[in-house]
Design a protein around this ligand. Structure first.
Ligand code: SF4
Length: 309
């Protein structure tokens, strides 16, 4: 008697939270190995304070293109998502790292948004490249349990899965637990070996998030509770700031040009080189102070100033 041909069971779909760093690249490759390229999507968040790799060589678009993965970009620099994200930055529920970075709340935000997308698109499994013990605030066992308790949905962490509780997807055999990994700690030797095996390039770890930079946060902290636009956030990276960023002075020609294009009052030295001052609020009472500050930061005596409004 002829045996009945078995219909292959349909593979699950996975959505990988994709920062572009080495861990998320490996998570994506591990999922592709198990589920096939067509069943794995990457979701990337464009955050107001940065946090993803962006150099040309390691560009996430190059990577997903090469690995034939569909990439979904969620832009949190405008609209409701920006407002929601800023609320989290202002009032994090789970503390901050060494600077203003509220990593647990930031992760929760991204996970929740990714889950909403997964639900909408009927994607079964949500995946992250988190590694147990790799980061002091957001990737400890305690952090994972806070994240898991708060989000009320499951996440698969393939790089450390064997050290963590089995997920329902592993129990249901949608995912083969034997093929998952048991990486933990800050050393990245195993990830680098895997990068060789998978022939993937990757950016150096860390960096990218302004909320981790002390100099930047010193300027952000006094105005954090004001209503900030994405442009205000970008301007904090430019120039010297005075009076809680009410006056910003360019440190070089490039910054002067940027400041001159901004809305507000611009104070420009006319007869000798010096920085352009921007008074974003348009408060005329700050013009004289701006002139003094420009002079203090110029090697040359400035007699004439041009005021642009
Ligand atoms: S460093 Fe922390 S706050 Fe910054 S993007 Fe990463 S998780 Fe978010």
């Amino acid at each position: 008697m002829k045996s009945k041909k078995q219909t292959p069971t349909k593979k699950a779909k996975a959505l990988v939270l994709f920062s572009g760093g080495l861990d998320s690249r490996i998570a994506l490759k591990l999922m592709q190995e198990q589920l096939g390229k067509e069943n794995v999507l990457a979701i990337n968040f464009i955050l107001p304070f940065g946090g993803a790799c962006c150099s040309k060589e390691f560009c996430i678009y190059n990577f997903v293109g090469k690995e034939e993965a569909k990439l979904i970009s969620i832009d949190c620099t405008k609209g409701k998502l920006f407002e929601e994200y800023m609320e989290i930055i202002k009032h994090p529920k789970h503390g901050r790292g060494t600077s203003l970075n509220p990593c647990i709340d930031c992760h929760l935000f991204m996970l929740k948004k990714a889950k909403e997308y997964a639900n909408k698109e009927k994607i079964d499994i949500l995946v992250t490249g988190e590694v147990l013990g790799e980061r002091p605030l957001s990737q400890t066992r305690r952090a994972f349990s806070i994240l898991d308790k708060n989000k009320e949905f499951e996440v698969l962490r393939p790089l450390s899965a064997k050290l963590l509780e089995e997920t329902s997807w592993e129990k249901e055999k949608l995912i083969d637990r034997d093929k998952l990994l048991d990486i933990q700690g800050r050393r990245r030797d195993k990830q680098m070996e895997l990068a060789k095996k998978f022939k993937i390039s990757y950016p150096t770890p860390g960096g990218g998030c302004l909320l981790c930079e002390k100099g930047y946060c010193a300027k952000l902290k006094p105005i954090l509770n004001d209503t900030l636009s994405y442009n205000d956030i970008k301007l904090l990276s430019i120039g010297r700031h005075f009076d809680n960023s009410k006056i910003i002075i360019g440190r070089n020609q490039e910054e002067n040009i940027i400041l001159e294009k901004e809305k507000g009052i611009k104070v420009l030295p006319e007869d000798n080189p010096g920085g352009t001052a921007l008074i974003k609020s348009g408060d005329k009472s700050l013009i004289e102070k701006a002139k003094i500050l420009i002079q203090q930061h110029s090697k040359h005596k400035i007699n004439e100033f041009e005021i642009l409004e």
